[in-house]
Design a protein around this ligand. Sequence first.
Ligand SMILES: [Zn+2]
Length: 113
Amino acid sequence: MPLPSLSHGAKQCTALTKRTKQPCKNPAAYGCRTCRLHGARKNIVSGKDHVNFVHGKRTLEAQLEQSATSRRLQQIEDAMYLLNMTSATRTRGRKASGYFRIKSLDEIKKIII
Ligand SMILES: [Zn+2]
């Protein structure tokens, strides 16, 4: 992880060193008042405030939503095979978490609603 640079406007650590009682000269960690040696990262922020947040496409909520969408599409494919709407080859690969195979018309009604 790149460290902030004091020459580029980063804040300086606010802690005093134990030995000399002088202010620490290290740059403060991102989003913290102190450097890594003086207790930074004790309150790591999450979501948009996290330093590594870029676009939000890989957040836990986005991943769960993508998994739910994938599961729903796989079950719609099962329903299409059950209703003889397609004769194409089945999609291969790992199924989404929470997926269960659609085997009856009652299960189709459950996923539609
Ligand atoms: Zn420090």
